[in-house]
Design a protein around this ligand. Structure first.
Ligand code: SF4
Ligand code: SF4
Length: 457
């Protein structure tokens, strides 16, 4: 992967001067769910035409409705180590920041996972700083093994996505063998000069090694990778195009682009220098860039974390965000800490517990989904993308969402959650168009209500 900086600049220039009819044509293409070429994305990033801007939002809403329906997949982050040898200006874990660092022991991991599973989570994102000595790959593999080895009365963690530093093909092979879900890594910024400025020391300061991480991961056989940008470090238009060129590169070379795209917007953190964040998108710009990504890659999941407020998350969900985290602790050992002391010190904007988020989603007529079926059924990489692009993915997503919601309400919900979930399930069941599948889901739901567990589609 070698990002073509000049191409981005010339696309942005051309985008400014694009005739209205060309931007119209790009919007028509997006309306047919065909995705967009980088040049077309540049036009949408640059347009100042009110009519075009309104259409961008309308089409994003329609794509969201058509492809993702009312479903929102839930997950939680699990921070296992804050040791870090890098000096990233914007991050509280940077190596020159003095605080008591820790790496969870396997007993502590088990404690965190017990709490997370007790909240109903089935999908985790494992997070760790980079420190080859204090947090080597062997430790990460042991953590994954420990998590997958735990079984509870109500099930287990079924998918562990991993967000760790860029590493070697050999290490990626070991992660693949450990059965990880998506390998997630944010480029932070695609702009080389800015990257250099904010990554002041440590292995992560090597832009080329960082940007080629997914090439090595995919070479090692990991076929679901998740990209992202830390919005605020550089011009968001440049960053969106950087992301899209990265996606295009992976599609060309490996047959599948990003499985997910995360859209974190920079937030203050203890010990971090956010004066480097000179380009934080306004709320309006942020919504627009999310909508444009939705148009550009309609079949790629989009993730928003608790960095955003409840209000902003509600808006982004309507524009195409398909996964959200809930009840997140963003500190190592944060879940146990919170259980002991009632609350922790979180730099998050949405502090609601997962059940409150589930209730809120249902009150918005959305279906919280705890589905992890694709990974379990081997629907990854290009197999997943083919199913997604054919439009047939929703034949499994909706049934799985309804079954996992039923399971969640049954196992973790209070009476209000149970009642609301039952009402939603009853109302949404007829939306499963295939009669055979609908029947099967009805039977599964009956079994789940009777305390049995089922296999998902
Ligand atoms: Fe370390 Fe990651 Fe923070 Fe950089 S962003 S200091 S690599 S934890
Ligand atoms: Fe995600 Fe696959 Fe489940 Fe749909 S069926 S929600 S794509 S894991």
């Amino acid at each position: 992967m070698n990002l073509d900086h000049d191409r981005i600049l010339s696309m942005l220039e051309a985008g400014k001067r694009a005739p209205l009819e060309e931007t119209d044509a790009a919007l028509c293409k997006a309306e047919r769910f065909e995705g967009l070429a980088p040049e077309e994305i540049a036009m949408l990033l640059q347009t100042e035409d009110e009519g075009h801007i309104k259409r961008i939002f309308d089409i994003a809403g329609r794509i969201k409705e058509h492809i993702y329906g009312d479903r929102i997949v839930m997950f939680a982050p699990l921070y296992v180590s804050d040791h870090c040898v890098n000096k990233c200006a914007y991050c509280g874990y940077r190596c020159d920041n003095v605080f008591d660092r820790r790496r969870l022991s396997m007993d502590e991991i088990r404690e965190e996972v017990r709490i997370l599973e007790g909240m109903g989570h089935k999908r985790l994102a494992l997070e760790a700083g980079e420190d080859p000595k204090k947090c080597p790959i062997d430790y990460i593999l042991e953590v994954i093994d420990t998590i997958y080895g735990m079984h509870f009365e109500n099930g287990e963690i079924r998918r562990v996505n991993v967000n760790i530093a860029s590493t070697t093909v050999e290490n990626y092979r070991r992660l693949k063998d450990a059965g990880i879900g998506t390998y997630i890594l944010f480029q932070e910024t695609y702009h080389r000069e800015t990257y250099k400025e904010v990554h002041m020391a440590g292995p992560k300061s090597n832009y080329d090694y960082h940007i080629t991480a997914f090439d090595r991961a995919m070479e090692a056989g990991i076929d679901d990778v998740g990209g992202g940008v830390l919005f605020g470090l550089y011009d968001y238009k440049y960053e969106v195009l950087g992301l899209m060129l990265h996606n295009e590169h992976l599609e060309k070379k490996f047959g599948a682009g990003f499985h997910t795209i995360s859209v974190p917007r920079i937030r203050p953190a203890d010990g971090a220098d956010i004066t480097v964040a000179r380009h934080i998108p306004t709320d309006e710009q942020f919504q627009r860039l999310v909508a444009i990504i939705r148009l550009a890659v309609p079949f790629t999941g989009m993730i928003v974390s608790t960095r955003e407020t409840a209000d902003m998350r509600a808006k982004l969900i309507r524009l195409g965000v398909s996964q959200i985290s809930g009840g997140s602790a963003v500190e190592v050992g944060g879940y146990a800490e919170r259980e002991r002391h009632g609350s922790g010190q979180f730099e998050v904007s949405d502090n609601r517990a997962p059940e409150d988020i589930v209730k809120w989603l249902m009150s918005e007529d959305l279906i919280p989904s705890f589905c992890t079926a694709c990974y379990r059924q081997g629907r990854t990489g290009d197999r997943f993308m083919q199913l997604a692009k054919s439009g047939n993915i929703k034949n499994v997503c909706l049934p799985n969402a309804l079954m996992t919601l039923c399971e969640y309400a049954q196992d973790y919900g209070d009476e209000e959650t149970l009642a609301k979930a039952s009402e939603i399930i009853l109302r949404k069941l007829p939306d499963i168009q295939n009669e055979k599948i609908r029947k099967r889901v009805e039977e599964s739901i009956e079994r789940i209500r009777g305390g049995k567990r089922d296999l998902y589609l």
